[in-house]
Design a protein around this ligand. Structure first.
Ligand code: ADP
Length: 223
């Protein structure tokens, strides 16, 4: 008898970590043989105490750090075996990031911060602006898109950064504590947007300390 393998199990995961070993200081392992795969259309919470390596893992999964050994695969392709330029291209084409430090440019408007990646994608400026305005409204950022972001709250900065990450509907979205500075109501808005993005076909991975956010994910991986 042939045992059933569902089509989703057969599909190559959008992102996969295989036996990842990583150390900042030689001899001190932050990750020691970590493996997981992340399917398209799913939202995963990475949880665990501070200092366990969650942020480090997000940088590795986002191809910003290279493992000491092991591999990160995007659509089954081993990213350790491609040239740096190709890795950078993969990152720009497939990934969206929301890091704890929103890293907004205070000299440019909120909207310009959101659409800045359009420059690297040869996307239409008109499309990027329209989409940027839609997302800022969906995330209820509550600040004029034409203002400079100098005076925004931490929670607003996070939502501006998330708007920027969602602009081109990345197939893989990595977010480090995306609700860390938010009140419960606004946190729900952000989690809903992330879940909608995942269920639209992306692999979404969130580092979170919030049990509510973790519970809203399709699965939880504890480090
Ligand atoms: P988490 O996100 O779970 O709090 P991190 O990935 O930030 O954990 O950190 C994991 C470990 O790596 C910690 O012991 C931290 O001190 C160490 N670490 C993080 N970043 C660096 C760095 N740039 N240089 C050296 N050690 C680091």
């Amino acid at each position: 008898m042939i045992t059933g393998i569902s089509p989703s199990q057969e599909r190559t995961p959008a992102l996969e970590a295989r036996d990842i070993v990583f150390e900042y200081v030689p001899g001190t392992r932050v990750l020691d043989g970590w493996s997981a795969s992340f399917a398209s259309g799913s939202m995963t919470a990475l949880t665990g105490p501070s200092g366990r390596g969650k942020s480090t893992l997000l940088y590795l999964l986002g191809l910003m750090l290279q493992p000491k050994s092991g591999s990160i695969l995007v659509d089954g392709q081993d990213t350790g075996r491609v040239r740096d330029a190709d890795r950078a291209r993969m990152r720009a084409e497939h990934f969206g990031f929301v890091f704890q430090d929103a890293a907004l440019d205070a000299t440019r408007s909120v909207l310009d911060n959101v659409i800045e990646t359009a420059l690297y994608r040869r996307a239409s400026a008109a499309y990027a602006k329209q989409r940027g305005l839609e997302i800022l409204e969906q995330l209820n950022v509550g600040i004029s898109p034409h203002r400079k972001p100098g005076q925004v709250s931490g929670g607003q900065a996070q939502r501006i950064a998330l708007s920027r990450a969602l602009l081109f509907s990345p197939r893989i979205l990595l977010a480090d504590e995306p609700t860390g500075n938010l009140d419960p109501l606004t946190s729900d808005v952000v989690v809903d947007a992330l879940r909608e993005h995942a269920h639209g076909g992306a692999a979404v991975i969130i580092v979170t300390h919030s049990p509510d956010v973790a519970a809203a994910c399709d699965r939880q991986l504890r480090l």
